[in-house]
Design a protein around this ligand. Structure first.
Ligand SMILES: *Cc1c(COP(=O)(O)O)cnc(C)c1O
Length: 421
């Protein structure tokens, strides 16, 4: 049996332990409440915590750059999307300078890069996506396919263990233009091999558009092996609710790709206010309109924290935290079935468990201070974000769940799911 003392020992040896203090806790004044009744937030993969440095960084942009600098601050703001993109590229994504842009939402960036990819593969009439991918990805693929009279081929992944290379090989042929895939699956956390899948697709002449939403800031990503990618900054990157997303386009492809929204921020010599759209060079051609300057300031703070901690250390801790969770579920909660890959190198920094009353259990947990996610149809998803979750937090969360199950405390809760889960 793994004891609470064992978990404490893991915390004592944790090289990232100090990063917790970079984030706002739940106690008075944002201090960390380490008491037995404290909240245990295991949903950093849905909305990351607030970095302590963010309010001041945003306030500085508001008060100095906007308040005093006014329109003159645009000289500085026009470079922000690529400046923060470069922080992500170097520190988090394994990309080169000038390959990452912070802009728009993940859904919009998916649309832009998918359209660009389709345009770069004329004559091909099939798009591939995963039947179990996050809804927005499937909806965007379906919409683009409809617009072009293309067919969608859905790969049927194992919901718990994810896609295999054979699954992908089976749907590739010379009709496929673009494959849209999540590197880390949103429900199970299952991870695929980015380089191997990209190579398979390239060999058949297709592009892969990676969605890194659950991967960025939780696992090591090497985009030097990829062509196109998008992802969120409000999950493991702690950029805040509604923070702009990022997009990545391999340098060698940028000049040959056209995005569908011809906005003035993607225009060559933007302030010439010329008569016709002519996309600028570089990754900025995938920009559209005036960027969210305030929100991007918050993204920069979060991105710099992950870059400073280093993705190898963050990913290693993510594997160790989820390994502990899997071990404790095995030891103490036989009523639950693991709904994620067992091998830690095959998953991101979250795991799911299955139980017929998962929604009721989720509500009972939230009332006992443990915040996971419920995911359809019957999964509880735990995302112990490596930068601020301790091993003892995972231990206590499982302990509270064991109490709920032992006392049937979840049974009085409604079995009907609420609108936001
Ligand atoms: C969270 C998530 C999104 C969110 O897209 P938004 O446009 O930010 O709402 C998209 N795709 C995946 C795989 C996600 O996990």
């Amino acid at each position: 049996m793994t004891t609470r003392e064992d978990a404490r020992g893991l915390d004592d040896a944790d090289p990232l332990a100090g990063f917790r203090e970079r984030f706002t806790g739940d106690g008075p004044g944002g201090a960390w409440d380490d008491g037995p009744g404290r909240r245990i937030y295991l949903d950093g993969n849905s909305l990351g915590r607030l970095p302590r440095a963010t309010p001041a960084a945003v306030a500085r942009v508001v008060e100095e750059e906007w308040g005093r600098g006014l329109v003159g601050s645009w000289a500085h703001w026009v470079g922000q999307a690529t400046r923060v993109g470069d922080v992500l590229a170097a520190g988090v994504l394994g990309a080169r300078p000038g390959e990452v842009l912070v802009a728009d939402s993940t859904s919009v960036n998916l649309y832009k890069l998918l359209q660009a990819g389709v345009g770069a593969r004329p004559g091909r009439d099939v798009l591939v996506c995963c039947a179990d991918d996050f809804p927005t990805d499937r909806y965007v693929v379906a919409g683009v396919a409809e617009q072009h009279g293309m067919t969608v081929r859905e790969v049927a992944a194992d919901v718990d263990t994810g896609l295999t290379l054979d699954d992908i090989t089976a749907v590739l042929d010379d009709r496929v233009a673009v494959v849209v895939l999540s590197l880390v699956a949103y429900r199970s956390g299952a991870m695929v091999d980015l380089a191997a899948v990209t190579e398979l697709a390239r060999a058949s002449g297709a592009l892969v558009l990676w969605d890194l939403s659950h991967a960025v800031g939780s696992v090591e990503v090497d985009l030097s092996a990829a062509d196109l990618a998008v992802g969120c900054t409000y999950k493991h990157l702690n950029g805040g609710p509604g923070a702009p997303a990022f997009l990545y386009v391999r340098r060698e492809l940028q000049g040959s790709l056209r995005q569908p929204i011809q906005g003035w921020f993607g225009q060559r010599d933007q302030f010439a206010m010329g008569p016709a759209y002519e996309p600028t060079d570089g990754v900025e051609r995938f920009a559209v309109g005036t960027p969210p300057v305030l929100a991007t300031a918050a993204v920069e703070v979060g991105a710099r924290i992950s870059a400073e901690a280093g993705m190898p250390a963050i990913a290693a801790k993510g594997r160790a935290l989820t390994d502990l969770l899997v071990t404790l579920v095995d030891e103490r909660l036989p009523q639950l079935r693991l709904a994620s890959p067992r091998e830690s190198d095959r998953r991101g920094a979250h795991v799911s468990v299955e139980h017929p009353q998962a929604w009721q259990l989720t509500q009972a947990l939230v009332d006992r201070g443990v915040v996971p996610d419920f995911r359809t149809p019957d999964r509880i998803r735990f995302g112990p974000a490596p930068l601020y979750t301790r091993f003892v937090d995972v231990w206590d969360a499982v302990d509270r769940l064991a109490d709920v199950l032992a006392s049937d405390a979840h049974l009085p809760y409604s079995a009907t799911r609420s609108r936001v889960t």
